[in-house]
Design a protein around this ligand. Structure first.
Ligand SMILES: [Zn+2]
Length: 163
């Protein structure tokens, strides 16, 4: 599930408000106004993010009896610029926290995969663990001939932890 475009739009607005603020003269009334606008933009984006996470976690808990989540080695992933943005956006830890307490509340089973579980390296068809895949490898073919979408293959491997 992709991040809502809403967040991207709000981010643009934050940047714009930052630029406006930086152009205002220190101590001026206009600077104070710009500072308030920036604060409001930040508040809005925080609320949108929270709202998105709550709706999504509620939906997942509603629809599933067993939920398996990957516990990302977030620092490593942040090094990769392309994914840094989306992971930061959805605040993975907060998301897992929400899934955890909602699962408890509704009697679901939440399983957290070990951070070192090689969900992307294992072929979900033959079970062989292949080489590490760079973040930009979205699809790959195993020696066994199975062709995989990176995320779906990882999900299937994680699902096996539910057995
Ligand atoms: Zn294979």
């Amino acid at each position: 599930i992709d991040n809502p475009r809403l967040l991207r739009k709000s981010e643009e607005k934050v940047k714009k408000a930052q630029r406006t603020l930086s152009r205002k003269k220190a101590g001026s009334r206009n600077r104070e106004k710009a500072r308030l606008i920036l604060a409001k933009r930040h508040e809005k984006i925080a609320n949108q993010r929270k709202d998105f996470l709550h709706k999504l976690s509620r939906r997942i808990v509603d629809e599933n009896q067993v939920i398996v989540v990957e516990t990302l080695k977030s620092k490593d992933m942040m090094k990769d610029h392309k994914v840094a943005k989306s992971i930061g956006d959805v605040s993975w830890y907060e998301f897992v926290r929400q899934l955890e307490y909602k699962s408890n509340f509704y009697g679901r089973t939440l399983i957290k995969a070990d951070p070192w579980f090689a969900s992307t390296q294992i072929c979900s068809s033959c079970g062989v663990k292949g080489e590490k895949k760079a973040m930009d490898v979205r699809e790959w073919t195993c020696a066994c001939g199975a062709h995989h979408d990176r995320d779906i293959n990882a999900s299937l491997n994680l699902l096996m932890l539910a057995d």
